[in-house]
Design a binder for this molecule. Sequence first.
Ligand SMILES: Nc1ncnc2c1ncn2[C@@H]1O[C@H](COP(=O)(O)OP(=O)(O)OP(=O)(O)O)[C@@H](O)[C@H]1O
Ligand SMILES: Cc1ncsc1CCO
Ligand SMILES: [Mg+2]
Length: 261
Amino acid sequence: MDNLGTTLATLRSTAPLVQCITNFVAMNVSANVLLAVGASPAMVHAREEVAEFAGLAQALCVNIGTLDPAWAEAMEMAVQVMIASGRPWVLDPVGVGATQFRRDVCARLMALRPTVIRGNASEILALAGMGGAGRGADSADPVTAAEASAQDLALRTGAVVAVSGPVDYVTDGVQAFRVANGDALMPRVTALGCSLNGAIAAFAVGQPALPATVAALAYYGLAGERAAGAAGPGSFQVAFLDALYSLTPQEVTAGAKVSRA
Ligand SMILES: Nc1ncnc2c1ncn2[C@@H]1O[C@H](COP(=O)(O)OP(=O)(O)OP(=O)(O)O)[C@@H](O)[C@H]1O
Ligand SMILES: Cc1ncsc1CCO
Ligand SMILES: [Mg+2]
């Protein structure tokens, strides 16, 4: 894939409004990530306004991290608006293997055909009905173990499916790519995966979902590489935000470690 940075340039020139129905842990992190990327975040989830707001947003990201029944309803209401207008929406199935409630809500959301599903390996395995060793929000499986499940999910749902980890895997069921950018401190900062989904949603505005997702993952991983060398997760998080903000489209094109799988 060539010129991955152009997707970032497009995003920054349009500053898309991204609605996030995300968890309490991720709200602040995700909003700061989206601002650093160059998008405009809004965390809106009340049933009384969620559909109306979705009419204003260019993209939506839905995350089940701190789920409750009212939010689950709100997610479906917002998604219906995005579907009706052909705008992208991204699903993050946080901890889907852990409880029946999460599995039920994800089954309903998957029936609404997400544009992109991004999770860690344990989450993608669980979503595909293949187990997954994750106990909560963190992965306990290698990315390679979830690649077949990702392909299966993509074919079943029509979504682009991304499995994040040391080397990310992205597929639309037909083509697949690996993205080797990143840093080992990234999973030591909470909600960086959740926030990645907001970035993917922003990248997917007006762009085909597969290259947009690959570009978002490469850019995100590159920001992790630039932040590497921090003393620990605290200063890493600060350096990571600065790196998202300062990376240029040219640097993304030059630094992306993307290969066909
Ligand atoms: N060991 C690693 N080395 C390099 N990059 C990594 C590593 N683990 C994760 N990443 C990167 O970290 C980012 C977040 O992915 P991760 O798999 O940690 O998400 P997650 O488990 O959903 O996180 P959370 O639920 O805490 O938000 C991705 O860009 C991924 O490429
Ligand atoms: C730690 C945690 N618990 C529920 S959501 C979340 C954020 C990472 O997914
Ligand atoms: Mg996650």
